[in-house]
Every structure is written in structure tokens, then in C-alpha cells.
Design a protein around this ligand. Structure first.
Ligand SMILES: NC(=O)c1ccc[n+]([C@@H]2O[C@H](COP(=O)([O-])OP(=O)(O)OC[C@H]3O[C@@H](n4cnc5c(N)ncnc54)[C@H](O)[C@@H]3O)[C@@H](O)[C@H]2O)c1
Length: 387
């Protein structure tokens, strides 16, 4: 029976996915795995025997990822599980920028007691009109789970779409509509677009990537959408550009003292992933990742160990999961220790990620405590787990 401790509310549809053989415990002590959303684990001592942590969401800055790796604790996240939720809000943001929908709705509220409101609305409406999205050129910065979904949806809405992502993975490229034009230079793309939407992570390399110089290259009146992170934009330069109309509108999901006070900005309170469906998707994905790891030793969507998949454990077979430093010679020592104990290796895989390596071995034969002890004694070995 695996013991799971949820440190935040995790959607039931996800925890139900674990099925038989799982028990939920209230305290982390003695748990095999933790499921979290925003619980901060940085100050927490990792429970002895903890095997994995699954974060129902993409960001893992609440988890001490490297400390976990050193102790052979796999940390999972759920990339892409909230992509549709964010995509829908981005499209909404674009439509809000096209016409003054917010101003128009506010006008109706303000005039709700006026019996002539219907007649007056016909006169008032011209101040809230605008443009259509179809036919506009949109630049998508970052074509991962969210950017690709946004780019494809915009093609369906009749936009001309350009995409910029120098690090695009092959799998992500397969997801893209072939009508999306590939841009190899961010500034050149910005210079050609009516709308630009950001979908890259905030890192040292992307901080203020929408700099004063980049903003200056945007055509007058262009719209910038930011549903990724506020750190991506030089907000002081943007505020100046919004003030004098060089940038027509800023639609952002990140309220801060600068963005909340910008002219011509529509700022939302970080609503991108706030849907029941996104929470359910994250919970189901997190539960499936944990289940596959606990029962089969397979690792998918980990942020500290590489992807490993040997499928389900073979009939009557055992698996040995080994977490170790990524150093030369260690695989030879592992196989030698197994051979000397009379174990036959049926299948084996090894993946490293930075300094962290994982070897999963399927064996036939009895795996006794002496093999385990021998493997644990190899220099650089962090954890030996029998499945
Ligand atoms: N508003 C919200 O509530 C919300 C919700 C989820 C995610 N996000 C944000 O959206 C971002 C994207 O999410 P995702 O799920 O699509 O991530 P992802 O990892 O699937 O995609 C990110 C993409 O950005 C690309 N990239 C990295 N550096 C780049 C650069 N310098 N220039 C161009 N492209 C670059 C990568 O190659 C990758 O394809 C997240 O990092 C997060 O900050 C916001």
C-alpha cells in the first residue's frame, strides 16, 4: 500500500486516478509521495523514505528540486495541463483589446436606472467600437504548450500568425499549424505584428526581453499581451510607450504597482490557469506520473531526473531503481554487482540530467537484501529502490 500525503487541495478526479493500493495520510511523515500545489517545501525536512513529490502545476519554485535530487526524490510537474485555460484567456484578452468591451459594459451598468438606456446606448456605442481580430498579424513569442495552442487557435480565427522560438522542441514543432510563419529574429517579428503575445518562461535570459528597443520596433498602436510573467517586459519603457500611444494596449495577467497604473492597460489578477478543468487536468496528470513511477519506476515529466520508460513491469519480474551521481564507470559497477548476485538483466535504461542520473533495471531472479546493500555501497549511489 503506497501512502500519499496531499499538502494542498488536489482535485478528487486526480486522487481517484491512483486507485487501489493507495492510502491517503494526513502527515508527510511516513508518506511515499507528496502531492502539492503551492505549499512551500523549502524549509521542510524531507520525510525519510519519501520517494517522490508531484506538483499539480508547472512551476516548481516552491520545491527544493536539487536537494530532492541529492536524496533520490523525484520531483514531477504537469507541463501543458493548464495550456487550454491560458489559451482561452489570451484569446479573450485579444478580443478585449479589439473593442472597448470593458468600457461598454461599464457604461451600461452606470446607466442601468435610465429608462432610456436602450435608446442612449445606440448613440453611446460608437465610443466603444474597434476592430476585428481576423486578418491581423499576430506574433507569438515562445511556441511551447501554451504558445502553440494560442498560435493554432489564432489561425482558426483568421489571423496571420508568426512564431518566434529558437529553442523549439521537435515534438512542439509537430503541434504547430503549417500556416504559422517562422520568425528567426524577435525584433523583425515585432516590427511586423499588430499583436504580440508572450509565452516564454521568466529566466535570466528572458528577463526584460521586451526591452525599450524592442518596444520601439513595434508599429504604432500595436497591442502587447503578457500571460507569461511580468519580468519579461521593461515595464517602465512600456508605460511611456502606452502614454504616448506608441503601444496601443497592454493586456497582462500580472498585477503589480507599475502595471496596475498603466494607461491603456487591461490587467487581470493572474487568472490564466484559474479554471476547474485546468485544476482537474493538473491533478490527473500528477497522479498518473506518481502511479507510473511508484509502480513501474518510470519517470515522465520530472524536473530533476531524466525521462525513463520501460513500460509496465513484466510478469514475475522485479525492477531495481537506482539514483546516483552522473559519474563515469558507475553503470559497470551496477551490472557487475547484479551479475555477481546471480541476477539476470532483462532490460535496462539509464538517463542523466545534469549531475543526476537514474538507472532502471528489470531483472529476473530473487533480489535479496545483500544485492541491495552491495548496490547501495557503490560510491556516488544515492538511493536503491526495489519494485
Ligand atoms: N498566466 C498564467 O496563469 C500562466 C499559467 C501557466 C503558465 N504561465 C506562463 O507561461 C509560460 C509558458 O508556459 P508553457 O506551458 O507554454 O511552457 P513551455 O515550457 O511548454 O513553453 C515555453 C517555450 O518557450 C520557449 N522559449 C524559451 N526561451 C525562449 C526565448 N528566449 N525566446 C523564445 N522562446 C523561448 C521554449 O523553447 C518553449 O517552447 C510559463 O513559463 C509560465 O511563466 C502562465
Amino acid at each position: 500500500m503506497y501512502k500519499i500525503c496531499c499538502l494542498n487541495n488536489i482535485a478528487k478526479v486526480g486522487t481517484d486516478h491512483l486507485g487501489e493500493g493507495y492510502e491517503f495520510v494526513a502527515e508527510p511523515e511516513g508518506a511515499d509521495a507528496l502531492m502539492v500545489r503551492s505549499a512551500n517545501l523549502h524549509e521542510m525536512e524531507l520525510p525519510k523514505g519519501l520517494l517522490a513529490i508531484a506538483r499539480a502545476g508547472a512551476g516548481v519554485n516552491n520545491i527544493p528540486v536539487e536537494r530532492c535530487a541529492e536524496q533520490g526524490v523525484v520531483v514531477f510537474n504537469t507541463p501543458g495541463a493548464n495550456a487550454n485555460a491560458v489559451k482561452e484567456l489570451v484569446i479573450c484578452g485579444m478580443l478585449l483589446a479589439c473593442r472597448d468591451i470593458i468600457g461598454g459594459a461599464a457604461w451600461v451598468s452606470e446607466n442601468s436606472d435610465d429608462p432610456e438606456v436602450g435608446k442612449k446606448a445606440e448613440k453611446a456605442k460608437k465610443q466603444f467600437g474597434g476592430c476585428e481580430l481576423a486578418g491581423k498579424r499576430v506574433g507569438v513569442v515562445g511556441l511551447g504548450a501554451i504558445g502553440a495552442a494560442v498560435a493554432n487557435a489564432l489561425i482558426d480565427l483568421g489571423c496571420e500568425v508568426m512564431g518566434y522560438d529558437p529553442f523549439l522542441s521537435i515534438n512542439a514543432a509537430w503541434e504547430l499549424d503549417r500556416r504559422i510563419e517562422h520568425a528567426s529574429d524577435l525584433g523583425d517579428m515585432l516590427a511586423r505584428c499588430d499583436f504580440v503575445t508572450l509565452h516564454v518562461p521568466a529566466t535570466d535570459a528572458t528577463r526584460k526581453m521586451i526591452s525599450a528597443d524592442m518596444i520601439a520596433r513595434m508599429p504604432r498602436g500595436a497591442v502587447l499581451l503578457n500571460f507569461a510573467r511580468d519580468a519579461l517586459v521593461d515595464e517602465q519603457a512600456l508605460a511611456e510607450a502606452l502614454d504616448d500611444g506608441r503601444v496601443g494596449r497592454y493586456v497582462s495577467d500580472f498585477a503589480n504597482p507599475a502595471s496596475a497604473n498603466m494607461r491603456n492597460a487591461i490587467v487581470l489578477p493572474h487568472l490564466g490557469a484559474s479554471t476547474g478543468e485546468a485544476e482537474d487536468n493538473c491533478a490527473v496528470m500528477a497522479a498518473n506520473e506518481l502511479k507510473n513511477y511508484l509502480e513501474n519506476g518510470n519517470i515522465r515529466n520530472s524536473v530533476n531526473y531524466g525521462e525513463v520508460d520501460l513500460g509496465p513491469v513484466g510478469e514475475g519480474a522485479r525492477r531495481v531503481a537506482l539514483f546516483h551521481e552522473n559519474v563515469p564507470g558507475i553503470i559497470g559497477l551496477i551490472t557487475a554487482a547484479m551479475a555477481s548476485s546471480g541476477l539476470n538483466i532483462e532490460n535496462m535504461t539509464n538517463k542523466s540530467r545534469g549531475g543526476n542520473a537514474y538507472t532502471l533495471v528489470e531483472v529476473s531472479g530473487e533480489v535479496g537484501p545483500e544485492v541491495s546493500a552491495q548496490l547501495a555501497g557503490i560510491a556516488g549511489m544515492r538511493r536503491v529502490r526495489m519494485i
